[in-house]
Design a protein around this ligand. Structure first.
Ligand SMILES: [Zn+2]
Length: 86
């Protein structure tokens, strides 16, 4: 029987366990609500991250995002760093 610590390690590292390992993992998840929740979160995060990678912005999108971010940081354009303003 796997321990919670082992399960969290396996899930976080996305280790390939082979048939018996996967079976043991499944058994543990059936019995342990904490690990089940943890696994669920990790998988969701994993999917989210993968989706982000699939939607890597193109050059044009990246430029627009950069402009948008710069605009937020420094709304009055370059050179104006919001000096003393009475
Ligand atoms: Zn557990």
């Amino acid at each position: 029987m796997l321990k919670c610590k082992e399960v969290s390690h396996i899930v976080a590292e996305d280790l390939d366990l082979g048939f018996w390992g996967r079976l043991q993992l499944k058994m543990h998840l059936l019995m342990c609500v904490h690990c089940r929740r943890y696994t669920d979160q990790i998988r969701r995060l994993g999917l989210g991250a993968r989706r982000q990678l699939d939607e890597t912005p193109t050059g044009e999108q990246a430029k627009r995002m950069e402009d948008c971010i710069l605009d937020r940081i420094c709304p009055h354009g370059p050179g104006d760093h919001g000096g003393p303003n009475p």
